[in-house]
Design a protein around this ligand. Structure first.
Ligand SMILES: Cc1cc2nc3c(=O)[nH]c(=O)nc-3n(C[C@H](O)[C@H](O)[C@H](O)COP(=O)(O)O)c2cc1C
Length: 206
């Protein structure tokens, strides 16, 4: 599919064909594209939990205020962010020259160590970028998605056994849509959302 077309066709889909499946092999192929997403210092804060157990899925649905798509999509993912991902730097940079490691590790430590709010921002930022890649990679395969923050994070964290160094960033439903495309929701005009030089500068007119 032509890339602009993929971007234009993606919509958040809430009604799914419950009898359709996506195999682990198909999911793996998709995820191989998703993990190519960017992250600061390449720390890859994300982990994706594919919830295949129907019992756990039903409980997540209840914790997501009963949202139908949680129960009917082909794949339900809990996209998680790692708060202390900066501590993984030695593993991530293991094949890099020692000289570069010596430069980068203190830099990474200075950025993240003891900065709880920033660690959380970064976990959400990186995981969200990966979530966007996922939605477009899914759309490219003709699969529908909807990202969700409408859930009780503590309940979901408990249901999928998250340790305290992980947060559930969003849920993602993925599958085969059971509805016609809706008119696109209102988008603010480009002149308003793209400003030149400063927030109060002129809008981009092109
Ligand atoms: C972070 C985030 C959280 C969202 N949470 C929910 C949700 O809990 N339930 C839902 O039905 N849609 C959810 N959405 C989908 C938005 O409603 C949707 O993206 C928006 O209305 C724009 O529509 P579009 O995605 O079809 O372009 C969420 C989207 C984002 C980006």
């Amino acid at each position: 599919m032509e890339f602009s077309e993929t971007v234009r066709q993606r919509q958040s889909i809430k009604s799914y064909k419950a009898d359709k499946t996506i195999s682990d092999a198909e999911l793996k192929e998709l995820m191989q594209e998703v993990v190519l997403s960017p992250s600061s210092f390449n720390l890859q804060h994300w982990t994706f939990i594919a919830v295949q157990d129907t019992g756990i899925r039903e409980k997540i649905k209840a914790a997501a205020w009963g949202q139908e798509q949680v129960g009917t999509c082909s794949v339900l993912l809990v996209i998680c962010g790692k708060l202390n991902a900066h501590q993984d730097a030695p593993e991530i940079y293991q094949d890099v020259d020692q000289e570069i490691q010596d430069q980068v590790f203190p830099l990474i430590d200075g950025f993240y160590e003891d900065k709880k709010q920033f660690q959380r921002d970064e976990a959400i930022r990186s995981s969200s970028l990966a979530a966007m890649t996922l939605m477009l990679a899914a759309q490219n395969r003709g699969w529908a998605t909807v990202p969700m923050i409408g859930f009780d994070p503590e309940a979901v964290a408990k249901l999928v056994n998250l340790k305290p160094n992980y947060i559930p960033v969003m849920l993602m439903a993925m599958g085969f849509k059971n509805e016609d495309s809706r008119p696109r929701g209102y988008r603010r005009p480009i002149e308003e959302v793209v400003r030149i030089n400063t927030l109060d500068g002129p809008g981009l007119t092109g």
